[in-house]
Design a protein around this ligand. Structure first.
Ligand code: AP5
Length: 223
């Protein structure tokens, strides 16, 4: 079973996906995190994608699709996979349809985290990231227990390289131009669930959980 998290940068996709992973036994697959891992490891892929990510642009469709296919083919899939940050273009959504058909995987729902732009700016402005394990914090809304240190692995928290004002502006522009059309794409397939994600983390999670529970039952019944 496959779930998709769709939403503007900073909408809370990673934060909510992490909670679903914990409670439902799903596995979160973040294409952004896979690409950042490659950058940290200094692999050929990492070197190829670094410029796109730092500028806030999308990595070319075929390159990111290749990364996703490899992860889905060889990695753990648990009780289902949450795609956090894929697809981001209609072309990627079409590639995903081919992958799902080939493996007989079922797309249960697309959770669209809807937040106003001013909220996104506050969230990204206060985000701190652990480069060692990928965990995310927020200086006000989700602070770590010890300032500047990751609760999970003790790593030093940093500001993500694409959380600069210029890159955030670019990412929002890219979202509106290239990713937002997916809202209509998945609405047309009756897969879209729009969730108001402007509230506090736990409040949003209650809404996410209720949608996932309902869609999960539906998905199981449809086989
Ligand atoms: P990616 O890592 O996917 O970044 P993004 O989509 O811009 O999303 P973010 O990680 O910034 O935000 P989020 O929605 O996960 O929010 P979070 O939970 O962290 O992609 C990065 C780059 O990789 C792209 O720009 C592109 O270059 C490339 N890339 C990745 N996938 C690609 C693809 N498919 N195709 C092409 N290129 C691709 O929350 C944000 C902050 O807010 C955190 O500090 C959090 O603690 C806080 N927060 C969360 N929820 C709440 C809440 N309810 N209340 C208060 N604070 C909250």
């Amino acid at each position: 079973m496959i779930w998709i998290f769709l939403g503007a940068p900073g909408a809370g996709k990673g934060t909510q996906a992490e909670r679903l992973q914990r409670d439902f036994g799903f596995v979160q697959v973040s294409t952004g995190e896979l690409l950042r891992e490659a950058m940290r490891a200094g692999t050929e892929l990492g070197n190829r994608v670094q410029g796109y990510i730092t500028r806030g642009e999308l990595v070319p469709d075929d390159l990111v699709a290749g990364v996703l296919i490899e992860r889905l083919t060889w990695g753990e899939t648990g009780n289902g996979v949450i795609l956090d940050g894929f697809p981001r273009t209609v072309r990627q959504a079409e590639i995903l349809e081919q992958i799902l058909a080939k493996h007989c995987w079922q797309l249960c729902a697309v959770l669209y985290l809807d937040v106003p732009e001013e909220v996104v700016l506050l969230r990204l402005g206060g985000r701190r990231n652990c480069p060692q394990c990928g965990a995310n914090y927020h200086v006000v809304a989700l602070p770590p227990k010890v300032a500047g240190r990751c609760d999970r692995c003790g790593g030093e928290l940093v500001v993500r390289p694409d959380d600069t004002p210029e890159a955030i502006r670019k990412r929002l522009e890219v979202f509106h131009q290239q990713t937002e059309p997916l809202v209509a794409f998945y609405s047309g397939k009756r897969l879209l669930e729009r969730i108001d994600a402007s509230g506090e983390v736990d409040e949003v999670y209650q809404a996410v959980k209720s949608v996932v529970s309902r869609r999960w039952r539906q998905c199981l019944a449809e086989g």
